[in-house]
Design a protein around this ligand. Structure first.
Ligand code: PLP
Length: 425
């Protein structure tokens, strides 16, 4: 599609450029300092979980279904927390482990475990030449960092409106045994906000893989993070996988980072009975017991998935006006210009924005000059290499609506100037 600047004649374009440059100079002079870089809840959102902190005291009962949470033991997690983890991930409680605060940490532990020791019955991945991993892109930079850190080769696969391009995924995994796994954020994906269709979930669970030790990291980080009118529904991948005899393929994780306190929540792992036993046996080498008092506090505050959903409705009240602000500012500033497209998520933490080809790095730098920090352009692709240099992740949750509104004005201005410059080159 042509941008409005590409349609202008030389004189019109020169005048538009001069006008946009003057506006940029004006913004620079205002000395703004705004941040739209990382997806974290606003301080007001975090505050809604403060009452949880009052639930444990020196006189509280510190047992859960007979388990003493104030001492070692019960490695897999306390019974009520495992029940909640099972509801979250769609597996029986016995197929879960509840650990420390970070799901990213669990993902790293499990991938490193297979890297060092291998999937049982198979060669450890570190002994193989050229291990590869599929990375739906745009995607989550910290996922890509886990495999990159081990020297695994990250291969981008394009995200579509129904999830990763499944024709491409199936083609790659069917023929290349060195592809050992794939990252998925199946609901309100980071950053596109896409929820995988039932058909995508089924194909992932049942596809033929050349590597018998192929694994899917099923990161359901935004399982309950709805703010749209109608919550989107994700199919249970374990149901499809079990039927196809592929339950070992699925490594599901989630956490309460964006439900209670980021960095101080509880994190869930769910998989097949044999994977859970095997992963537990390895983790037990380095951990006698996770923080069970934190688990207890969480399940007293949020005992069921229904209670979690009610709590999430309160989070949504903070998120809705921010996401609405992004939509209205982008539409107002860039709608009909041909300079950009962006997603309209019903949940999650991000809006994925695409400018003209070759624009994203320049837009990011220009925003920075005007005092607005964006997620670095390219971060949504493995190795920071967005092949078309178009994608920018917008993270609207943390700033106030006023700050966000000002930051989006800056983004719109930057996109317009870079689009005009590209048209003039
Ligand atoms: N997974 C995804 C898709 C995320 O977006 C994030 C945080 O932004 C995380 C995992 C981090 O989760 P945790 O705090 O449980 O490590």
């Amino acid at each position: 599609m042509q941008t409005m600047y590409q349609k202008m004649d030389d004189a019109e374009l020169a005048s538009a450029l001069a006008d946009l440059k003057a506006q940029v100079a004006e913004v620079k002079a205002r000395g703004l300092k705004l941040d739209m870089a990382r997806g974290k809840p606003s301080p007001e959102q975090v505050d809604i979980s403060r009452p949880m902190l009052d639930l444990l005291s020196s006189s509280a009962d510190l047992t859960d279904e007979g388990v003493d949470c104030s001492n070692y033991g019960c490695f897999e997690g306390i019974p009520s927390a495992r029940k909640l983890a099972g509801e979250f991930l769609g597996v029986p409680a016995e197929q879960t482990i509840v650990l420390g605060s970070s799901s990213l940490n669990i993902m790293q532990d499990v991938i490193v475990h297979y890297w060092e020791k291998g999937v049982p019955g198979h060669t450890p991945w570190h002994k193989l030449e050229g291990v590869k991993w599929l990375c739906p892109a745009p995607g989550y930079d910290r996922h890509f960092g886990l495999t990159e850190d081990l020297g695994i080769q990250n291969i981008p696969v394009r995200m579509t409106e129904t999830g990763p391009d499944m024709d491409e995924v199936e083609r790659l995994v069917a023929t290349d045994p060195s592809i050992k796994g794939m990252f998925c954020v199946p609901k309100y994906s980071n950053p596109t906000g896409v929820t995988y269709s039932d058909e995508t979930v089924r194909r992932l669970a049942t596809m033929e893989c050349a590597a018998p030790d192929f694994r899917i990291v099923w990161d359901d980080a935004y399982a309950v993070h709805d703010f749209g009118e109608k919550p989107e529904k994700l199919a249970n991948i374990f149901d499809f996988a079990r039927e196809a005899g592929n339950e070992d393929r699925i490594l599901a994780v989630a956490s309460t980072s964006k439900i209670t306190f980021p960095g101080a929540g509880i994190a869930f792992f769910g998989s097949s009975p044999s994977n859970v036993a095997e992963v537990a046996s390895t983790l037990k080498v380095g951990l006698i017991s996770a923080n069970k008092l934190n688990q207890l506090m969480h399940v007293r505050f949020l005992p069921t998935l229904d209670a979690v959903r009610e709590h999430m409705e309160r989070h949504a009240e903070f998120l809705r006006p921010r996401f609405a602000c992004v939509q209205s500012k982008l539409e107002e500033g860039l709608g009909g210009t041909g300079c950009a497209t962006w997603t309209h998520p019903n949940g999650g933490y991000f809006v994925s924005f695409d400018g003209p080809e070759g624009s994203a790095k320049r837009v990011g730098a220009l925003c920075k000059e005007m005092g607005v920090t964006m997620t670095p352009a390219g971060a949504t692709w493995p190795y920071g290499e967005d092949p078309r240099d178009t994608n920018i992740r917008i993270a609207p949750s943390y700033p106030s609506v006023e700050e966000l509104s000002a930051a989006l004005d800056v983004l719109v201005l930057a996109v317009k100037l870079v689009s005009a410059e590209l048209a003039s080159e």
